[in-house]
Design a protein around this ligand. Structure first.
Ligand code: 6PG
Length: 249
């Protein structure tokens, strides 16, 4: 299934197990800020995850010390996936990130790249890939020159991540960086980064919290090929940032 040489994958990635969801959010805010501040010679490029788990992280980054310290003007904010709904829709990942973080921080509008969610989904995916190519400075992903500094991911209880859902053709996509997906077990048409785009990264960080993630994590950590998240790889480092409940401890 996978035809990419992994720097790290879900089985070899480091596990960082913390007491609870708040500790995960605080740890990620600190780590992400350090990574962004350390980036030299170009923008810090991140793909944000949606869902509920990262909400607290975004609130922390928008508050106090982090708001003043994070290098907003040198960061390019992309999204790992999006529901094909208007930005005003509560189901929109962009809506959540804008509400919890982007509306409260001094990030230049040109540095924020919402996934298009109108018109034809395949056309929207192609437009988003063009935005990524413009920031990357090329149309072919070069090993050793990753597209993203950080890709944030969550994990669904059906083993999906980003919008790479079970039984969907997007799981076989190895050429496009961005594609579409119509899950058969979740609402909304989706736009999503593909495996090759996620692989082109210095860090992939999965954020998991709660006992509800325990079963899916165990399957993915074991490399169960039926779980879409099992096929995530990165050129760089893969980190499982989770609480004890999700880790089964
Ligand atoms: C989405 C997310 C998705 C999410 C997982 C986990 O658009 O729904 O990108 O991949 O990360 O479903 O979601 P929770 O964090 O809500 O458990």
């Amino acid at each position: 299934m996978r035809d990419m040489t992994a720097g790290h994958d879900v089985k070899t990635g480091a596990m960082v197990v913390l007491p609870d969801a708040e500790a995960i959010a605080q740890h990620m805010a600190k780590w992400l800020t350090e990574q962004a501040l350390a980036k030299k010679g170009g923008p810090f490029v991140i793909a944000l995850s949606g869902g509920s788990t990262p909400r607290r992280l975004y609130q922390i980054l928008a508050s106090g010390a982090y708001r003043d310290r994070f290098p907003w003007a040198n960061t390019q904010f992309f999204f790992g996936d999006e529901r094909f709904v208007p930005a005003s829709d509560p189901a929109s990942n962009y809506n959540m990130v804008e509400t919890e973080m982007l509306a409260h921080v001094p990030v230049p509008a040109a540095n924020v790249h919402p996934m298009p969610t109108s018109g034809d989904p395949a056309q929207a995916a192609a437009e988003y890939q063009a935005e990524l190519e413009a920031v990357y400075g090329g149309t072919v992903l070069e090993p050793g020159r990753p597209l993203f500094d950080v890709v944030m991911l969550g994990l669904g209880d059906n083993g999906h991540t980003a919008s790479l859902f079970p039984r969907q053709p997007v799981l076989d996509e190895r050429r496009l960086w961005v594609s579409t997906c119509v899950p058969d077990d979740a609402p909304h048409t989706r736009i999503t980064l593909t495996y090759p785009a996620i692989h082109s990264s210095r860090h992939v960080v999965f954020m998991l919290a709660g006992a509800g993630k325990r079963e899916a994590f165990a399957k993915v950590r074991a490399g169960d090929p039926a779980e879409p998240a099992s096929h995530i790889t990165t050129e760089g480092e893969l980190i499982w940032l989770m609480d004890k409940a999700a880790a089964g401890q």
